[in-house]
Design a protein around this ligand. Structure first.
Ligand code: SF4
Length: 362
């Protein structure tokens, strides 16, 4: 049976973080109710779709509160063919987690939580404009664990204003002590049209070399703490990789529901624009065909496992192009060549866009 994931975008947050480029608006109960109804209708339009994972991402999905999330899961179960062991992830932030009843969420079928910690350092959190403290994050994780959640991911950020190797190490130690199973470590990118970009001279950001050092340091420290890298920004304990996100990197199909959500379904890529109104009006924009050989190679090279001959053959009935191997062997610092595939090194991951473009196109 083919795996299909369902991504549900919740475009609401308690406030806007100054670096954030995601589509998110200020939360209100009235809009959350209207949005839940619109999501329900859209989920019902995929009646009998066979689903292996569900991911509530955002924004801050947890801000919707237990009742709305439980109702959406119940619609999914009643309408779609959700596998018995499907992974169901809910993203949440510590500052709005008091709204959540973890026992009820678990009972409804949520079995994975992804929590936005970003940093355990008070000063870093302040510069990131985050509203929580490390101790509130700790209470949230502990409360969820008490209710039986044993698959928890924490998001942390690399290259934030005033971050040092020492503060990063403290954040990693903090995560490890909480006994979570997964860590996503993203390098902060200063996106245009964000307050961070407009006021960038007010902050002290690590330069590119320092960012690279922090990334390499994080990879080493996370592995020492038992979190093994399986993708550029993702690390987990044995077997606890994100099954839903794996669909993206394996170029498998998924439905994205909500403004700014992208889909790859029946070989076509399409998305809803970054506008609640457009979502309410069922507007979607075509993004052409998907799943070709080059797209597959680009996505797979984000994984530590990289491009693998057997997987490539199963999918396309042919070998990985020879020129990929030739080019990879010319940039040994950035790419590993095996007899059954190609993968990127840590330095290759840091420059992944240009290294992948070079391997594919020269
Ligand atoms: S909580 Fe996340 S999605 Fe919401 S504004 Fe902050 S970074 Fe963006």
């Amino acid at each position: 049976m083919k795996n299909t994931g369902v991504y549900i975008h919740i475009p609401f947050c308690s406030s806007k973080c100054p670096y954030c480029d995601f589509y998110s608006l200020k939360y209100s109960d009235a809009e959350a109710d209207k949005y839940t109804k619109a999501l329900t209708k859209r989920i019902e339009s995929y009646k009998n779709l066979h689903v292996s994972s569900v991911y509530f991402g955002g924004g801050t999905p947890g801000i919707m509160g237990t009742q709305r999330i439980v109702a959406l899961i119940s619609t999914i179960k009643n309408t779609l063919l959700l596998e018995n062991d499907a992974e169901v992830t809910l993203e949440l932030n510590p500052e709005s987690a008091d709204k959540l009843d973890f026992a009820k969420l678990k009972k409804a079928g949520v079995n994975r939580l992804s929590i936005g910690l970003q940093s355990a350092d008070r000063q870093e959190l302040k510069y990131l404009g985050r509203l929580h403290s490390a101790s509130l994050a700790e209470q949230t994780v502990t409360r969820a664990q008490k209710e039986g959640f044993d698959n928890i991911s924490l998001d942390i950020m690399l290259g934030t204003s005033h971050q040092t190797k020492q503060s990063l190490k403290s954040t990693i130690d903090f995560c490890a002590a909480l006994n979570v199973q997964h860590i996503s470590a993203y390098i902060l990118k200063i996106e245009e049209n964000t307050p961070y970009h407009t006021h960038r001279e007010k902050f002290v950001f690590p330069n590119e070399d320092e960012q690279a050092e922090l990334y390499e340091f994080a990879v080493t420290e996370l592995e020492k703490a038992g979190f093994y890298q399986y993708e550029i920004s993702n690390f987990c304990k044995d077997g606890y990789y994100s099954r839903h996100n794996m669909l993206y990197w394996n170029c498998d199909e998924y439905i994205g529901i909500g403004p700014s959500a992208h889909s790859f379904f029946h070989g076509k890529r399409f998305y809803t624009p970054r506008s609640l109104e457009d979502f309410y009006n069922d507007k979607t924009v075509s993004d052409g065909d998907g799943g070709g050989e080059e797209e597959y190679a680009m996505l797979r090279l984000r994984l530590k496992k990289g491009l693998n001959e057997a997987d490539y053959f199963n999918r396309f009935g042919k070998d990985i192009p020879k020129e990929y191997y030739t080019r990879a062997s010319q940039i040994k610092e950035y790419a590993n060549v095996y007899k059954d595939g190609i993968s990127l090194t840590t330095k290759g991951f840091l420059l992944s866009n240009s290294i992948i473009a070079y391997l594919l196109y020269g």
